[in-house]
Design a protein around this ligand. Structure first.
Ligand SMILES: O=P(O)(O)OC[C@H]1O[C@](O)(CO)[C@@H](O)[C@@H]1O
Length: 549
């Protein structure tokens, strides 16, 4: 990877040169900066002109992408090659939304017919639930659906169903993920078991949180409806048919997927069933269509007009050239309130890696910390640090031009104005001279002006991008999610990490299994544990209401 490091060094020299001029200056120099540093796809535009970058840097980043064979790796993924090498699996979430006639082979078998079959079964089931053709054990229509799952089996369905609230015209969907008993109990407390369907979403059907919640939900049904009746209130989304059967869910209520669908990439698979029940099969198709449009764009658009490539390369610029540790995702869209959390898993579980694909220690930084909240709420919490803190945090604004509400345009106008104003403030800042003039005009004396001025200076020159789209409809949401998936791919390909495994999550799972025996068994000797774990366990044993009554 020597050539990649050389290119990084050249990019660092460009960055050092660029530091001599501000973002404001770049706009003054080039009135066409927006046109030259933005890219569009249908009703969506990514504006990256407010990032301290120039054409030289962009073309050098293209060289990085070429050197790291991003396009070849992309093609390998789309064609079903086993690019998840530590698990010996293909990575084919894109096949789930493939609307072309192409065949895609894994181990010599075309996967498309199976995908179509499961999708068709999902549609029939979802439509029958929505139309009241499938009834509960008490012959009533299902009014509420609870998706029990965690990680990729939860974050996608919850985020998408929140985002598409205006399209939700089916039963109400709820989500339970945390093993904390409060999550299930707070969710079911106002629900009627007779009209509730639980969807157990788990690729492996072994995840302790999901299985514990599913068993407790089963008990809830059994106690109020009866042993046999309980099973009629379940469906499952899983690759583990044996285990779903063991749980008591009949095969016609199980919707499968395949080992080449990673958890955090699974919203397009059967894992999307709760969303499909909420928004209907047609809207779900639109959602898949949106992702397919982004896939085709990613596959075919030249690198300089390729939105995921550019977003990924900007990520590399910020992480490896500017040395920024985090990035903020800031949707000016309350319905995208879980989007940052969703991208956190997508991005950090994929690229939070410390070794290369061949197992060597990475010599450069990989995935950054991803976080964020919707605006305008976040303006009144952490934006202070974004504007005046010591860290520079690249901000990714997201903005829908049209809302879904009639007669509330004033809200939308103000929302949009705030979004634009924030990126402008980050870029332009406010210098000491301007601050002094403002304070003078407000009638303050010289002494007071000098006392206050440093606090009111904004350095500015802080980078941001804005993804602007016409309306947050199912198709647009599909495009946005696929854009972020492919951005993660581009970055992972450049860092040369295994973006599709997640071994780092395993150690905690293993230790939790051991730890539970210390909590449940008083006679278990804690002497060999570290003193912190022992101290905490002793406190648990002293205070545990389950033990002490
Ligand atoms: O769908 P499952 O098998 O229950 O797994 C849930 C989640 O657990 C993980 O394996 C690790 O957190 C995720 O990748 C996955 O989305």
């Amino acid at each position: 990877m020597g050539r990649r490091e050389d290119l990084f060094a050249e990019l660092k020299s460009i960055k050092n040169e660029l530091e001599k001029i501000t973002l404001k200056g770049l706009f003054k120099e080039n009135p066409k900066r927006f046109e030259e540093f933005s890219v569009s796809l249908e009703n969506m535009t990514l504006d990256y002109s407010k990032i301290n970058i120039n054409k030289d840097a962009i073309s050098k980043l293209f060289e990085v992408a070429k050197e790291c064979k991003v396009e070849e790796k992309r093609d390998a993924m789309f064609s079903g090659e086993k690019i998840n090498i530590t698990e010996n699996r293909a990575v084919l979430h894109t096949a789930l939304r493939n609307k072309s006639d192409n065949q895609i082979f894994v181990d010599g078998k075309d996967v498309i017919p199976d995908i179509k079959e499961v999708l068709q079964n999902m549609k029939e089931f979802a439509t029958s639930i929505r139309d009241g053709k499938i009834l509960s054990s008490t012959n009533e229509e299902f009014t509420d659906i609870i998706n029990i799952g965690i990680g990729g089996s939860h974050l996608g369905p919850e985020m998408v169903s929140q985002a598409l609230t205006p399209y939700c015209d089916g039963p109400k969907v709820h989500f339970v993920s945390n093993i904390d008993s409060s999550h299930l109990s707070d969710t079911i407390k106002d629900l009627n078991p007779a009209t509730t369907l639980v969807i157990v979403a788990s690729k492996t059907f072994t995840t302790i949180e999901t299985m514990t919640n599913a068993k407790s939900a089963k008990k809830w049904f059994q106690e109020s409806l009866g042993e046999k009746e309980a099973n009629l209130h379940f469906a499952a989304l899983s690759t583990a048919l044996e285990k779903t059967k063991e749980f008591g869910i009949s095969d016609d209520r199980v919707f499968g997927f395949w080992d080449w669908v990673g958890g955090r990439y699974s919203i397009w698979s059967a894992i999307g069933l709760s969303v499909m029940i909420a928004i209907g099969a047609d809207s779900f198709d639109e959602f898949l269509e949106g992702a397919f449009i982004m896939d085709e764009h990613f596959k075919t658009a030249p690198i300089e007009k390729n939105m995921p490539m550019l977003l990924g390369l900007i990520g590399i610029w910020h992480r490896n050239i500017c040395d920024y540790d985090t990035r903020a995702i800031l949707p000016y869209d309350q319905r995208l309130r879980s989007f940052a959390m969703y991208v956190q898993q997508l991005d950090m579980e994929s690229n939070g890696k410390r070794v290369t694909l061949s197992g060597e220690e990475l010599k450069i930084k990989s995935g950054p910390i991803v976080w964020g909240e919707p605006g305008t709420n976040s303006q009144h919490s952490f934006f202070q640090l974004l504007h005046q803190g010591k860290d520079i945090i690249p901000c990714e604004f997201m903005l829908a031009v049209n809302n879904h509400e009639n007669g509330m345009d004033i809200h939308n106008d103000l929302l949009m104005a705030n979004c634009l104003a924030q990126s402008q403030a980050m870029m332009n800042g406010r210098d000491i001279d301007e601050v002094r003039t403002i304070l003078k005009d407000s009638g303050l004396c010289e002494e007071k002006i000098e006392e206050l001025a440093p606090h009111k200076v904004f350095e500015g020159n802080r980078p941001s991008s804005t993804l602007i789209y016409k309306k947050l409809d199912p198709k647009t949401l599909g495009k946005i999610i696929a854009l972020y998936e492919h951005r993660v791919f581009v970055e992972g390909a450049i860092w040369d990490v295994g973006s599709f495994d997640q071994w780092g999550v395993e150690l905690g799972k293993e230790l939790a299994t051991k730890m539970v025996s210390y909590i449940q068994d008083d006679s278990k000797d804690t002497k060999l544990l570290d003193s912190s774990s022992k101290g905490l366990l002793d406190t648990i044993k002293l205070w545990n209401k389950n033990k002490k009554g």
